[in-house]
Design a protein around this ligand. Structure first.
Ligand SMILES: [Zn+2]
Length: 66
């Protein structure tokens, strides 16, 4: 099968996958966009944990003010 990158606006053919005789396409991420996606996921996770930390310190402040 032919691997085609599904990343927005990419569509690059970046390899083949078993069975090689099957010429249908399979969607995935080319190495470049795989890296980009992983970075995006990581950034999202960091944002999320930052927001959580902020919430936690806010509730700590509220507890101290009581
Ligand atoms: Zn790509």
């Amino acid at each position: 099968m032919i691997r085609v990158c599904y990343y927005k606006g990419c569509g690059v053919v970046y390899g083949e996958k078993e069975p090689l005789s099957d010429k249908r396409t399979t969607r995935g991420l080319c190495p470049i966009h795989l890296k980009i996606s992983l970075k995006e996921i990581k950034a999202e996770m960091e944002k999320y944990s930052m927001a959580n930390r902020e919430k936690q310190s806010q509730s700590a402040v509220l507890l101290l003010e009581k």
